[in-house]
Design a protein around this ligand. Structure first.
Ligand SMILES: [Mn+2]
Length: 318
């Protein structure tokens, strides 16, 4: 698989790298990192990363502006995106000469002439490190920094279950080879504005916890605005609610009036939750999923379904 991907990269002069909407460090790190790696290995190739620029993660690197007329002559590599409708900046993958998919989410849409999809990998950044070391691609320090950040972010500092011995081995080699100053990188990734920390305090105070171990919180537009935080980043705070003794599954509902949606972010430390979110216009990993719903009525359905899931899970442990 990795050899096939390398071969396609080698064969194509124009390469476009895409990832999912609502970019996170794994999506950005893998595409910006791979752009750098391909340019280092093949300086004559035109390599671009596309998609909406992220203000929050601007420090990870620039996104390119690309004229759509080159699509028909380009190889498209889609990273970290299981479904076609969530690819940022591309309406039809058939506009491209060829397509490769590299992803660690459970497969939703099967697209691309080469698909490297493995949901046992911690992150797509890990897959790009592996791809680089197992082929003739050349790693650079700049790329290594981006890949490290994406991997650390997706594993929550090596905390999540899909962190494996391979993850550790690859990261160790990466640091050894490129001498990245990884402790200073954490600073950019984890420094946060006070407003967000205060909202987090509000969420801890107001989390509703059911008897079965479901924790949830409703964040209306009014609440989010009173903390001067945007709805997308309020959802990201969900990651800070693990390790609560009484909580098995936890979920945030953040109203986004501008988009006319409610962002749903769910995490679990036991029950498998992605099937529930798939039923509500979402999906994701077994223990980490999201969705977009239209009304707070639907919130009640999700709460009920997840609460039942928690109850079943608890019963299964007895
Ligand atoms: Mn990812």
């Amino acid at each position: 698989m990795k050899k096939e991907i390398y071969k396609k990269i080698k064969e194509n002069d124009i390469i476009i790298l895409a990832r999912h909407i609502g970019a996170d460090p794994d999506a950005l790190g893998s595409t910006i990192g791979l752009r750098e790696i391909i340019k280092e290995t093949f300086p004559k190739k035109q390599v671009y990363t596309i998609g909406t620029s992220s203000t929050k993660f601007k420090w990870l690197g620039q996104i390119d502006k690309v004229d759509e007329s080159i699509f028909k002559d380009a190889l498209l590599i889609v990273c970290d995106t299981p479904d076609l409708k969530r690819i940022d900046g591309i309406s039809n993958v058939n506009d491209f000469k060829d397509v490769i998919k590299i992803d660690h989410h459970p497969e939703i849409d099967e697209f691309g002439s080469v698909r490297w999809v493995d949901d046992t990998k911690s992150s797509v950044c890990q897959m790009i490190i592996e791809l680089t070391y197992d082929t003739k691609l050349k790693m650079t320090k700049y790329a290594a920094e981006r890949l490290f950040i994406g991997l650390v972010s997706d594993t929550n500092r090596f905390l999540f279950y899909y962190t494996t011995a391979d993850t550790m081995r690859l990261v160790s080699k990466l640091i050894d080879d490129t001498k990245i100053d990884f402790t200073s990188l954490y600073d950019d990734l984890y420094r946060r504005p006070l407003s967000e920390i205060r909202l987090q305090g509000y969420m801890y105070q107001n989390l509703i916890v059911t008897e079965n171990g479901l924790g949830y919180i409703k964040l209306t537009d009014e609440i989010i605005r009173s903390f001067e935080v945007d709805p997308a980043s309020s959802g990201n705070l969900v990651n800070n609610f693990n390790n609560i003794d009484e909580v098995l599954v936890w979920i945030t509902f953040s109203e986004d009036i501008k988009q006319g949606i409610i962002r749903v972010n769910a995490r679990s430390r036991g029950p498998i939750i992605n099937k529930v979110l798939e039923r509500h216009n979402g999906g994701g990993h077994k223990f980490s999923s999201g969705a977009k719903i239209k009304t707070f009525d639907e919130m009640q359905d999700i709460v009920k379904e997840l609460d039942e899931l928690c109850a079943e899970y608890k019963k299964s442990l007895k």
